[in-house]
Design a protein around this ligand. Structure first.
Ligand code: NAD
Ligand code: UFG
Length: 356
């Protein structure tokens, strides 16, 4: 058991990681400014972990031990980081760094905001780690680094060639982490390159709750299924793929969360190192595959229209998951049908997300 700091722990991926890491027995401190999330997500994480507490914590287990704490603050702020590192008497043994901004289109319109939060926030966090003697970090990186991939399935050795400011900011943080690892002995760093995380915890209590019109396929389709949107627009039906629609490697968010647990276990068990691994299933599914799987889960037809390609999209991105299997002893266990069943459990029980 370790005491962990989860930045962005109230977000989509962070909240699911919290559930998996609580289950693994860790004590958690979450630092989040709720820029793109709700405190209600953490309250439900506590509930799923069988913990008791006030609306904003701290949350205790049946023996009275504090297992989950919230520090409401900004990862770019040294004082907020110091509060997060000192709130637990045991200190912080490792960090899972999920806080960040992630909308590709928004990053094109507001590059400075993206660089400030994604790179600036990571720099401030690494400085705080040095101040507090913590040298272990798992970083939320992204398959977006590979841009238009030259080879599919994509190995970790593929060229880093991001095509938008969001991707550039992730590539920059990866470089900073490599430089930090090379500068001083003792760092244990995992750079986890997520493919397409979707779905929700099987309870349907926590899930993805995007603000405004969703940019991504799965939340958009979920909102069509629940009647919040009329029809899915499928971006391109003339891609060089089996059915002409784009192919992606969709990974159940609880498999992704297990990947974080596995990465932490590996880092804490082995010698200090810099680990870089894809988190994906190795299987590609087209947009139409996802539509049909979701129809099976929700029990009704989902209207869609075939429209033009979206600028910036690649035809196919699928992970080579071999290294994650070899180094982390981790692979995905949940299918596309599981993803849609659990995604529907969340969306149907929470048609307006965490909102009123
Ligand atoms: P999310 O927006 O749901 O979660 C991010 C969390 O970080 C939110 O709770 C937000 O409030 C918080 N946050 C943002 N700025 C902050 C700041 N300055 N200080 C403190 N907290 C802040 O996004 P997510 O989907 O959970 O993504 C988590 C991480 O994974 C991000 O770094 C993202 O870039 C990366 N990632 C996501 C995907 C994906 O498809 N969801 C894919 C690849 C990588
Ligand atoms: N798509 C549609 N209609 C929509 C939304 C998406 O047809 O309304 C299609 C896209 O064209 C693509 C597929 O569905 O073929 C998946 O698109 P998403 O937007 O869901 O996901 P992307 O693969 O484009 O990108 C996402 C994140 C990136 C991240 C990448 C890999 O947005 O930031 O996954 O993790 F880098």
């Amino acid at each position: 058991m370790a005491h962990l700091l989860i930045t962005g722990g109230a977000g989509f991926i962070g909240s699911h990681c919290c559930v998996a890491l609580l289950e693994a027995g860790h004590g958690l401190v979450v630092l989040d400014n709720f820029d793109n999330s709700s405190p209600e997500a953490l309250r439900r994480v506590a509930e799923l972990g069988g913990l008791q507490g006030e609306a904003r914590g701290p949350w205790r287990d049946g023996h009275g031990a504090v297992r989950l704490q919230l520090v409401e603050g900004d990862v770019r702020c040294a004082d907020d980081l110091d509060a997060a590192f000192t709130t637990s008497p045991e200190g912080i043994g490792a960090v899972v760094h999920c806080a960040g901004l992630k909308a590709v289109g928004e990053s094109v319109a507001e590059p400075l905001r993206y660089w400030d939060t994604n790179l600036g926030g990571s720099l401030r966090l690494l400085e705080a780690m040095r101040r507090h003697g913590c040298r272990t970090i798992v970083f939320s990186s992204s398959a977006t680094l590979y841009g238009y991939p030259d080879t599919v399935p994509i190995p970790e050795t593929a060229p880093i060639q991001p095509i938008n400011p969001y991707g550039h900011s992730k590539a920059a943080v990866e470089q900073v982490l490599a430089d930090v690892a090379a500068s001083e002995a003792g760092w244990r760093i995992a750079r986890l390159r997520y493919f397409n995380p979707v779905g929700s915890h099987p309870s349907g209590r926590i899930g993805e709750d995007p603000e405004g019109i969703p940019n991504n396929l799965f939340p958009y389709l979920s909102q069509v299924a629940v009647g919040r949107r009329q029809a899915l627009h499928i971006f391109g039906s003339d891609w060089p793929t089996p059915d002409g629609t784009g192919v992606r490697d969709y990974i159940h968010v609880m498999d992704l969360a297990d990947g974080h647990r596995a990465a932490l276990d590996t880092l804490l068990r082995e010698e200090p190192q810099l680990l870089t691994v894809n988190l994906g299933s190795g299987q590609g599914h087209s947009v139409l595959d996802v539509v049909h799987a979701f129809e099976a889960a929700c029990g009704h037809r989902l209207p869609y229209e075939l429209v033009d390609r979206r600028p910036g999209d690649a035809a196919t991105t699928v992970a080579d998951p071999g290294l994650a299997s070899a180094r982390l002893d981790w692979r995905t266990r949940r299918s596309l049908a599981d993803i849609c069943r659990d995604g529907w459990a969340w969306q149907s029980a929470n048609p307006r997300g965490y909102g009123p």
